[in-house]
Design a protein around this ligand. Structure first.
Ligand code: KIV
Length: 289
């Protein structure tokens, strides 16, 4: 039975937020328990990002992530999300061959994964044609420009995009072209805040920033970065709200100590027989000589 008290976030409601100047809050999730917490907290957009490859599957970058892995992780997130809009991230090489194969792959996020939309990196002419075709096939698309991690080998390194005049102008053009092609929102990743502001003012659709400053219509961040679940150097744009890795390590140390010292399990974590049952069992015990 649907819960009638919960009003799910929709693409039109995100658009309304932009028009009313209300910030959109987005976060990634990759499994059921985290997606449930994220959804219940009131996050508007839950992205099953291909960052999955790095933060969950242990790959060095997002390139190896497959369609099967993405669908596998999108399903539990969709099952958990009662309010947030679930978006599936199209992994590298799932939208680079024929239009037909790309549309089929995108449709899998909706039909099998239960997502409401897909996200696609890039804004080349070919990408714009693909987006038009997806929108025509009733598949809502979120764009993603600026730093596009799937182009890592082309870019050479993860760095801020749009610092130079020509690069900034081409980012603005890319955003406008994407809007024309029919996307409902766009992620701006690692873009100077002034460039993000110009794009946000020029577009009618919402911009969602990650490392793009405060002027975007919304913000997104990777869940594991926000809660401090991984070690290593975090990018400048990440704000770590919790040291979950530290908390988990502390809990594990306590568990190890408790088991070694015989403090766990104690009476309260054990099952017990009734005294009369115990007496009957002990009565039948073979006597020691
Ligand atoms: O894969 C991802 O998590 C993303 C977001 C960081 C925007 O693309």
């Amino acid at each position: 039975m649907p819960d009638h008290k919960i009003e799910p976030v929709t693409i039109p409601s995100l658009q309304t937020k932009k028009e009313k100047n209300e910030k959109i809050v987005a976060l990634t999730a990759y499994d059921f328990p985290v997606a449930k917490i994220v959804d219940e907290a009131g996050i508007d957009i839950i992205l099953v990002g291909d960052s999955l490859g790095m933060v969950v599957l242990g790959y060095e970058n997002t390139i190896p992530v497959t369609m099967e892995e993405m669908i596998h992780h999108t399903k539990p997130v969709s099952r958990a999300a009662k309010r947030g809009l679930v978006i599936g991230d199209m992994p590298y090489f799932s939208f680079h061959l024929s239009l037909e194969e790309s549309v089929y792959n995108a449709s899998r996020f909706l039909k099998e994964g239960g997502a409401k939309a897909v996200k696609i990196e890039g804004a080349s002419k070919k990408r714009l044609r693909l987006i038009e075709t997806l929108v025509e096939a009733e598949i809502p698309v979120m764009g993603h420009i600026g730093l596009t991690p799937q182009s890592i080998h082309h870019l050479g390194q993860y760095r801020v995009r749009g610092k130079a005049v020509e690069e900034a102008k081409s980012l603005i053009d890319e955003a406008l072209n994407l809007e024309k092609s029919g996307i409902f929102s766009v992620v701006l990743e690692c873009v100077p805040d002034q460039v993000a502001r110009i794009i946000t003012e020029k577009l009618k659709i919402p911009t969602i920033g990650i490392g793009a400053g405060p002027f975007c219509d919304g913000q997104i961040i990777v869940f594991h970065d926000l809660v401090g679940l991984l070690d290593g150097r975090l990018p400048k744009f990440v704000k770590k709200y919790l040291d979950l890795q530290g908390l988990i390590s502390q809990a594990l140390n306590n568990y190890i100590e408790d088991v070694k010292e015989g403090r766990f399990p104690d009476k309260s974590h054990s099952y017990h027989l009734k005294p009369e049952t115990l007496r009957l069992i002990e009565k039948d015990k073979p006597r020691k000589k």
